[in-house]
Write a protein of this length. Structure first.
Length: 140
């Protein structure tokens, strides 16, 4: 894919803190929403993952807050996966205001958990490739 997968979100008033800024924890909710939206766009559902006995897990997440977000702001939350040779993969996400201003950058390390063994699967790329109707969404 030439452009990262992206979803649009409107900041809701109840998500803001006492200063009127988007609460810091909500950035993670937006990132999670974009990740699950990407899985859905690839044709992967939560029930499908459970039926296969696997589930994605977050192992590490870093958020870099760049600009404030206020109630009513519309943002695009991008999501792209990077693949290595091991049990983990990288996720890069950017939350961008409608005027192009970057509000936050999120990097994460994830894996796919074998729900029976409670261990990471050896090749998460293959799990997503096998389950996805459109593996191109993952850059596969």
């Amino acid at each position: 894919m030439s452009e990262p997968f992206s979803v649009r979100v409107t900041v809701r008033g109840y998500e803001t803190d006492v200063q009127g800024h988007l609460n810091q924890a909500v950035y993670l909710n937006y990132a999670e929403h974009a990740r699950w939206s990407l899985l859905q766009a690839a044709g992967i559902t939560q029930s499908g993952l459970i039926a296969q006995g696997v589930g994605p897990v977050a192992l590490e997440t870093t958020v870099r807050y760049r600009r404030e977000l206020l109630a009513g702001d519309e943002v695009d939350v991008s999501c792209s996966f990077t693949w290595g040779d091991g049990k983990t993969f990288g996720i890069t996400q950017t939350i961008t205001k409608s005027d192009g201003t970057v509000a936050a950058e999120i990097t994460a390390v994830g894996g796919v958990l074998d729900l029976g063994r409670r261990r990471l699967v050896p090749d998460p790329r293959e799990v997503f490739r096998e389950l996805a109707k459109d593996p191109g969404v993952f850059g596969l």
